[in-house]
Design a binder for this molecule. Structure first.
Ligand code: ADP
Length: 479
């Protein structure tokens, strides 16, 4: 089976969050199921710099008004199609935001162009290779099934995966004229409260919808989590699938990870102490026995980082230490920087994005804090489980599905892998932290938690099977 995957980021070439990890790992996992994936992504400067010996396979004279070409290349085992469109993607700042942190004003056109190119490939523009199915990810690729629907060609099945329904690609209706769709597509698919909305149109037109955990699939049916899409998703319930993300178990393997100071397994867990010391040095934390909590996150309200800022004083008062890696909302960055300044030796912060450091933190911190208000899947708790860095998580979305709370029964049955809390409030979070301190004070129980977490199946094995079953069911329906 041949699949075209379409995403705006893909690890290891360009990453701002979990979407990249999934777009990079899923094709490798699917190969075991006889699925041959080619992944289409934009040719941002960072991507163009990293790829070697690309081959030009297609030219576009007029891709929504700009010239572009398609490059084919293999990179670290991934078969890639790079959309080299300098007018859209050759920009020095991030993939979505300019140097001032603002959305590029033409993001609608940039990602509609990506989707337009994908639909062309889907309908046979590429010599010698046509997919059987298209798998689009998030709003940036969500126009792909829309174009496929309105192209006058036999329709291939498509899957649209929602990694975060809060990001929808909503734009002024004025841009509709440039999208190259027939006029009736506006009322039929694109219109959303007077604007146009890429995600909404994709959810309406894709053959199947998936999201990244079973709990999130249920949550997005409610007004609280559905962000306005709940009615539409309810109308497509029979086509909705919740499949939890896995992680690339080769990239994230504490036994071989080159980014760690010391490698270890569940049997040589004591060696984590060397990574712990390395973190303490990196974040200028005291080298005492108090637990080191870490946070690797976008610093946003969604991630509960305001709650973290409020919880800092209690963490420190109880003898804990905190290492924070991330960037995001200026106000939250400031609040956390102030917390670090208030508590020298107890709270350290590194602003920005640092992949190697994120590995070291998982490999050395005692626990990772994830107080998200909503979390479609979440990957950092999965890394935490694999690395013996106990996850302390809000009970929602993928956090609910992947962490087993250390309640009495779970501890007695030796199945607990972390600490969960609901009511994602300061009080709820503080209670979870108090519970975490108590568990940490009991080394036998704590080691049990770590080892049980390390045994959790966080690989792509089961989820790869579920995607393979979904793909097969769509093909056998004869689209
Ligand atoms: P989201 O995609 O909503 O940001 P996820 O938990 O699904 O959240 O994925 C976040 C990914 O980005 C993880 O791989 C995490 O390790 C990584 N990450 C987040 N912030 C940073 C950072 N500041 N430095 C390095 N990696 C980060």
């Amino acid at each position: 089976m041949k699949v075209l995957s379409v995403s705006s980021e893909l690890y290891p070439l360009i990453k701002t969050g979990g979407l990249a990890d999934v777009a990079g790992a899923l094709p490798l996992a699917m190969a075991a199921h006889g699925v041959e994936t080619r992944s289409l992504l934009p040719g941002y400067p960072g991507v163009m710099k990293k790829i070697q010996n690309p081959r030009r396979v297609l030219e576009f004279d007029d891709l929504l008004g700009e010239q572009a070409q398609l490059l084919e290349v293999t990179h670290e085992g991934l078969d890639l199609l790079i959309l080299d469109a300098p007018a859209y993607f050759d920009r020095p700042a991030g993939p979505y935001l300019d140097a001032a942190g603002l959305d590029y004003g033409d993001n609608w056109r940039r990602f509609a162009a990506l989707s337009r190119a994908a639909a062309d490939i889907a309908t046979g523009a590429l010599e010698g290779w046509q997919p059987d199915l298209v798998h689009a990810h998030d709003w940036q690729a969500a126009m792909t099934p829309v174009y496929m629907r309105y192209d006058q060609t036999p329709e291939l099945p498509s899957v649209l995966t929602i990694h975060n329904i809060a990001f929808q690609g909503q734009f002024s209706p004025q841009v509709f004229a440039v999208l190259g769709l027939p006029p009736h597509a506006f009322p039929e698919a694109m219109e959303y409260y007077g604007d146009i909305n890429f995600l909404k149109a994709g959810l309406l037109t894709a053959t199947a919808i998936s999201t990244v955990s079973p709990s999130y699939a249920e949550e997005i049916l409610t007004p609280e989590f559905g962000m306005g899409m709940q009615g539409l998703i309810a109308s497509r319930l029979s086509s909705l699938h919740g499949i939890v993300n896995g992680i690339d178990a080769d990239v994230w393997n504490p036994d071989t990870d080159p980014m760690l100071t010391a490698n270890y397994t569940a049997i040589t867990l004591k060696r984590r102490a060397l990574n712990r010391r390395a973190i303490a040095e990196h974040f200028h934390l005291d080298d005492d026995a108090g637990p080191i909590f870490c946070v690797v996150s976008r610093l946003t309200w969604q991630k509960g980082m305001d709650l973290l800022a409020e919880a800092v004083d209690e963490i420190v008062a109880r003898g804990g230490k905190l290492a924070i890696l991330g960037s995001g909302d200026a106000e939250l960055e400031m609040a956390l920087l102030h917390a670090a300044a208030r508590h020298p030796g107890r709270v350290g912060m590194v602003m920005g994005y640092n992949e190697p450091l994120s590995h070291l933190m998982q490999g050395g911190a005692d626990a990772i804090l994830i107080p998200s208000r909503f979390e479609p899947c979440g990957l950092t708790q999965l890394y935490g489980l694999r690395y013996g860095c106990v996850p302390v998580v809000a009970r929602n979305g993928g956090l609910n599905d992947t962490v087993i709370d250390a309640n009495h029964a779970a501890l007695a049955g030796n199945v607990a892998t972390g600490i969960q809390f609901s009511a994602v409030t300061l009080d709820g979070f503080l209670q979870a932290l108090r519970r975490t301190f108590r568990l940490f004070d009991n080394p036998k129980l704590w080691t049990q938690l770590q080892k049980q977490g390390m045994k959790s199946d966080v690989s792509w094995e089961k989820s790869g099977e579920r995607y393979a079953a979904l793909y097969s069911s769509l093909l056998s329906k004869g689209h």
